[in-house]
Design a binder for this molecule. Structure first.
Ligand code: NAP
Length: 298
């Protein structure tokens, strides 16, 4: 019997292409000052610290400036955080603003995102940009869903007419991805099912997927029982698992990779799948924000 060859969808490779394009465009512009993105982080949650550090590192590598503001969760109120955002909205040296989630329970993430000026909302979570996405108008598209579409384009996997099952209904992943994949376009036109913690008989739903997107934050939860042969599996989940390695943890996706990779047609690895795409799309959005605010054609 010929062993089943599961294709690895290398998000990191696609991310590098996007970063190179963004860096090339920046260099061709011969700017007097680089684009600048402001990161706001509340507290010192390990994953948030490393996500922001990674975004800053990539930004600097391709010639984007970043500033980081860190707030004490015991001190900062929602009103004060919104006040910080309002002053960054007025600051003409700042092109993009990103608030790293999660925020403390006392601060409403949606209220905070809605305070970011739509032209600086490089994460695309504000009401105006999400509304524009639903209306299929230009705007900032949330980076993880936009990265998933770039991955599909790179590997020439058309979602049109396919059944895409997404296990997530958050504003960060599931809802904007559903909006993107149901656009009237060749990289849309999918039939989308959104699943969540109240969905009944989840394996019956996920086994219908031509393209299955997992974003539960449940490491290794999805085993052979959840997939059918020929599924394209996009694993968005990232969870830190403590181990004895020098950094003290490894990253695991929601899929049980060993169990599902012999079955599915293609799969994104964790790490090296969707994560780098999210960062690359943030850089592209930051350049777009710079152009919008500095009278360059977009
Ligand atoms: P979230 O807001 O907590 O969303 C989790 C989603 O999973 C919710 O819709 C939840 O349903 C659903 N869910 C949880 N348990 C379930 C179950 N047993 N059956 C079915 N659905 C279930 O988290 P998020 O911010 O969207 O992130 C989700 C995961 O993606 C995390 O691991 C995160 O680290 C990762 N992530 C990765 C990237 C990247 O760049 N790779 C970017 C963003 C997020 P309810 O809505 O009913 O609670």
């Amino acid at each position: 019997m010929i062993p089943h060859a599961c294709k690895l969808l290398q998000g990191r490779v696609v991310a590098d292409v996007i970063l190179n394009e963004t860096e090339d465009e920046l260099q061709r512009m011969h700017l007097q000052r680089p684009p600048c993105v402001a990161f706001l982080r509340v507290g010192n949650d390990g994953a948030s610290v490393s996500y922001v550090a990674q975004k800053e590192k990539v930004a600097h590598t391709i010639g984007i400036k970043s500033i980081l503001k860190v707030f004490d969760p015991a001190q900062i109120t929602e009103g004060q955080l919104i006040g910080e955002i309002k002053s960054l909205n007025l600051d003409t040296s700042v092109d993009g603003i990103l608030v790293q989630s999660p925020l403390p329970k006392a601060i409403d993430f949606v209220n905070v995102c809605n305070a970011i000026h739509p032209n600086k909302d490089v994460d695309g979570f504000g009401a105006e940009n999400l509304g524009r996405l639903l209306q299929e108008k230009n705007g900032f598209t949330p980076c993880t869903p936009a990265g998933i579409v770039e991955l599909l384009k790179f590997y020439n996997i058309s979602p049109a007419g396919k059944h895409v099952v997404i296990v997530n209904r958050s504003l960060i992943v599931g809802k904007p991805l559903a909006a993107l994949l149901t656009k009237h376009s060749i990289w849309g036109n999918a039939t989308v099912t959104l699943c969540h913690s109240h969905s009944q008989n989840l394996p019956q739903l996920t086994r219908q997927a031509d393209i299955l997107v997992l974003a539960c934050g449940k490491p290794g939860y999805f085993d052979a029982h959840f997939v059918k042969p020929a599924t394209i599996l996009i694993d968005v989940g990232i969870t830190r698992i403590s181990d004895n390695s020098p950094r003290g943890y490894s990253l695991q996706g929601d899929a049980n990779f060993e169990a599902v990779s012999p079955i599915v047609q293609a799969i994104t690895p964790v790490p090296g799948g969707v994560g780098p795409l999210t960062v690359a799309l943030l850089m592209r959005n930051t350049l777009q924000a710079f152009k919008l605010q500095n009278n360059f054609a977009t």
